[in-house]
Design a protein. Structure first.
Length: 176
């Protein structure tokens, strides 16, 4: 009986606390598109900052899903997008190169020495027009779900069910 109690105590005390809203998400329907804004709370940790300063390339990948809610049934994923914000620090010039890709298509890279801009670049996205409203049904409830993962993974905790990421969602009713 003791091993079972020890296992329950280890699972209960060692498991990371669930924080379902670590990513703040907002959605806006405008001009035939669903625009998504997100902010990763506490995503720019001291460990991530140290990894960047050492010259390691770092990135935060946001997996974004547009979902339709069905009463008393599973939500259906209608569309999916991947946004990756990455940074590479050059120790010689003391500048950061910032790059963002949306579904593999890259934007123009930026170069900066401002660490606050790097933090903002990695942990937020503003009004990204990710999904078309063509197939959406009027007066139906939808949600935008965002999951974030950091690379390199700076946490040493190993749990098979923990993907080392944060998540959040926002619901909206589509009105045509």
């Amino acid at each position: 009986m003791r091993p079972a109690i020890l296992l329950l105590v280890a699972l209960g005390l060692g498991a990371p606390a669930a924080a379902p809203d670590q990513v703040l998400v907002q959605s806006l329907v405008r001009d035939g598109r669903v625009e998504v804004s997100f902010q990763l709370q506490d995503g720019f940790t001291d460990d991530l900052r140290a990894a960047i300063k050492s010259g390691l390339p770092a990135a935060i990948t946001y997996e974004i899903e547009l979902r339709r809610h069905v009463f008393l049934w599973y939500s259906r994923t209608l569309a999916h997008a991947t946004v990756t914000a990455s940074v590479q620090f050059d120790n010689l010039t003391r500048h950061h190169q910032l790059m963002r890709t949306i579904d593999g298509r890259g934007e123009e890279p930026q170069v900066t020495a401002d660490e606050e801009l790097v933090r903002h670049w990695l942990t937020s996205g503003e009004r990204l027009p990710l999904f078309a409203t063509d197939g959406l049904e009027a007066n139906a409830e939808y949600s935008v779900r965002v999951r974030a993962r950091t690379r390199p993974r700076v946490s040493w905790a190993f749990w098979p069910w923990d993907r080392g990421g944060a998540a959040g969602q926002a619901r909206f009713t589509f009105i045509r």
